[in-house]
Design a protein around this ligand. Structure first.
Ligand SMILES: [Zn+2]
Length: 213
């Protein structure tokens, strides 16, 4: 039984790492974003409540999110453990989680905020084939044009600078304070998020394997 949290600011690569860890250790990735979308799509009683919040542009209150997570981790596939991605996101959620269970390890991806802004704001995608580029780190052969299908590249609204900065501000105000909470519990490990996808993954695997010794 292994219960993990993958933690860090938006766009730090939590989802990518969570998928890799889930595969390696055979435990499901429990991603709040996916659960919210699924509950809304299936129109479960909880999903209907959540939708009314999402429609007003607000994130559901802590108790709805906590209930969603509780239902998910009580499913049979979570018997051997799970990996939380995007939960807890507020101090209220963290306290509810403490009542629910003991987490073995919090993997905290540490990244410089300005480099996150640079990564997101420079991202360009192909509206036709969904290829992803970056104006600095992964440039197409011809500026603004997709290598694969010649379509003009676009910037997603989500990657506009004001939106990115706002997301990071919400993280800094509501989510970042949880680091001190986990530290006090003694189960947080910092991971250097600038090490690239494989480098970050290696650090996480080492931390998990120390735990299992
Ligand atoms: Zn394309």
């Amino acid at each position: 039984m292994m219960k993990l949290i993958i933690f860090g600011p938006p766009s730090a690569g939590k989802g990518t790492q969570a998928q890799k860890l889930s595969k390696k250790y055979g435990i499901p990735q429990v991603a709040t974003g996916d659960l919210l979308r699924e509950a809304v799509a299936k129109q479960t009683p909880l999903g209907v409540k959540i939708k009314s919040y999402l429609d007003t542009g607000k994130l559901g209150p802590d108790d709805l999110i906590v209930q969603l997570i509780k239902e998910r981790v009580s499913k049979p596939d979570c018997k051997g453990g799970y990996l939380l991605d995007g939960f807890p996101r507020t101090m209220g959620q963290a306290k509810e989680l403490d009542k629910m269970t003991d987490i073995d390890l919090v993997l905290n991806i540490v990244v410089d905020m300005e480099s996150l802004v640079e990564r997101a704001v420079g991202r360009r995608i192909c509206p036709k084939c969904a290829a992803v580029y970056h104006v600095k780190f992964n440039t197409p052969k011809k500026t603004g044009v997709c290598d694969k299908c010649d379509a003009s590249l676009i910037q997603r609204d989500d990657d506009k600078e004001a939106t990115v900065r706002n997301r990071l501000k919400v993280y800094q105000e509501q989510t970042q304070p949880l680091i001190a909470h986990f530290k006090a519990k003694g189960n947080l490990v910092d991971v250097d998020g600038s090490a690239g996808i494989d480098g970050v993954f290696d650090q996480m695997v080492r931390a998990i394997d120390r735990l299992n010794k």
